[in-house]
Ligand binder design. Structure first.
Ligand code: GDP
Ligand code: IMO
Ligand code: MG
Length: 425
């Protein structure tokens, strides 16, 4: 059974937690896009692990973890993270693999990320994570990127030199600090050495695994509404976090995929800039933020919070072909007297959108249409059986399923591994 798992909203839906849960029955977990802009949290007992580049399956000894060709990998971040994973007591040798086709995020990409963001006028800033993601993908698509495979080459130092000089011309044009060429070579040589043992042809590894009948779990980072094609462009990330990205970012064909799971937070959050129709600026939003611990796992920024938006969830269901939902953070809603679901967007002339408009100018003219349901006002975080949920919580979930399509597969009622209910999968 090969499963693609993706985020259905604006990220931080709890993908890390659900991946960790599903890794139990997988053999290989592969990241297929994004980079260290991701922050995936797994809580086991009273220990909290946050992963940025390493697949969240790494906390299960013996499972293979792959950084696929679609990822942009910052060697500094990765070396730091690998040290951390080893310090937690998990072995990496023989089960961690990096694609030689993946691109590298270099110091100049981070510098360019900061300089480009600073140069953007108010209202056009993206609020990036500052991890160099946009410039690294721009380099990839522009065909002037550096690939992981470059570290295997005897002239790696020369390659770094050449790329630093090219990047300096861009930094100069933006009025940003240039980088010292020799310093870059001195910095990157030890990184290359540390990562060398893990670099391999992961396309071949994926196919050998599939041929042996191993079960693969594709771990999406970011989310549908941050997708470069389907998200709220230009307030998006620079990759395809939607299900299609699993194929292009790992080297398997669509027929290899048996099911798609969408991770859906039972309210909505967003970090960074860009439209967010159901955003709350009142005490309810504050309650969601504090009860949900809604602070970025990568940047620590407070997340913007709002009611559940069925328009984007339905859109995500279609764009990704979601079979099952993993619904998360039900417990965060436990205290509300009533809960709201956005069922459409009403334009200023009265027209109601049931689908997500492509044009942000149109979205700016819209107000969310809400349906209000009674809350359940009791604790759900200790519930281990779906049937024991309060009736109003079940009603809330059923109404969402009715509006968005797809089936419920997993329900999460707390941060810890143990607080996960398996339902239809
Ligand atoms: P990801 O980026 O999709 O992996 O999500 P993050 O790890 O960035 O953010 C999700 C946060 O919610 C983390 O702090 C998780 O520990 C936490 N979390 C996940 N599922 C639940 C849940 O069902 N209830 C609560 N209260 N917290 C959860
Ligand atoms: P996970 O995998 C939430 C957001 C940033 C910014 C925009 C572009 O943890 O869900 P980038 O640095 O990618 O160029 O920033 O995307 N963003 C995320 N928001 N969760 C993430 O990852 C995100 N990764 C990027 O805040 O608005
Ligand atoms: Mg996150």
């Amino acid at each position: 059974m090969n499963t693609v798992l993706i985020g259905a909203q604006w990220g931080d839906e709890g993908k890390g937690k659900v991946i960790d849960f599903l890794t139990e029955e997988a053999d290989v977990v592969v990241r297929f896009q994004g980079g260290s802009n991701a922050g995936h949290t797994v809580v086991v007992g009273d220990k909290k692990y946050v992963l940025h580049l390493v697949p969240s399956g790494i906390l299960h000894d013996g499972k293979h973890c792959v950084i696929g060709n679609g990822v942009v990998m910052d060697p500094f971040d990765l070396v730091k993270e690998l040290d951390q994973v080893e310090s937690w007591g998990f072995q990496l040798k023989g089960r961690f693999h990096i694609s030689e086709r993946a691109h590298m995020v270099m110091q100049w990409h981070r510098a360019l990320d900061a300089a480009e963001e600073a140069a953007r006028a108010e209202g056009r800033k993206i609020g990036t994570t500052g991890r160099g993601i946009g410039p690294a993908y721009a380099a990839k698509v522009g065909r002037y990127g550096m690939r992981v495979g470059d570290i295997l080459k005897p002239n790696f130092a020369e390659i770094v030199k050449m790329h630093t000089e090219d990047a300096n011309a861009k930094l100069r044009a933006l009025g940003a600090h240039e980088l010292d060429v020799d310093e870059m070579v001195r910095l990157y040589m030890p990184m290359a050495k540390a990562l060398l043992p893990y670099v391999t042809d992961t396309v071949q590894f994926m196919h050998e695994s599939l041929d042996k009948g191993m079960s693969v779990l594709f771990e999406g980072a970011q989310a549908t509404m941050l997708d470069i094609d389907f998200g709220t462009y230009p307030f998006v990330t620079s990759s395809n976090p939607t299900a299609g990205g699993a194929c292009t970012g790992s080297g398997v064909g669509p027929r290899a995929i048996d099911r798609v799971i969408g991770v859906l937070k039972l309210y909505t959050t967003r970090v960074g800039e860009g439209p967010f129709p159901t955003e709350l600026f009142d005490a309810d939003g504050e309650t969601l933020r504090s009860r949900g611990g809604e602070f970025g796992a990568t940047t620590g920024r407070p997340r913007r919070c709002g009611w559940f938006d069925a328009v984007i969830a339905r859109y995500a269901q279609r764009v990704n072909g979601i079979d099952f939902w993993a619904m998360t953070k039900l417990d965060v809603l436990d205290t509300f007297e009533t809960v709201k679901i956005c069922t459409g967007y009403r334009r200023d002339d009265g027209f109601v959108y049931q689908t997500f408009p492509a044009d942000l100018d149109v979205l700016a003219r819209c107000e969310p249409v809400y349906e209000e349901l009674p809350g359940w006002q009791c604790e759900t975080s200790k519930i281990t059986n779906y049937n024991d949920l309060p009736e109003n919580a079940k009603r809330y979930i059923d109404r969402i399923l009715e509006l968005v399509g797809g089936r419920l597969g997993v329900l999460s009622v707390g941060p810890a591994r143990e607080t996960t209910l398996r339902i239809g999968i």
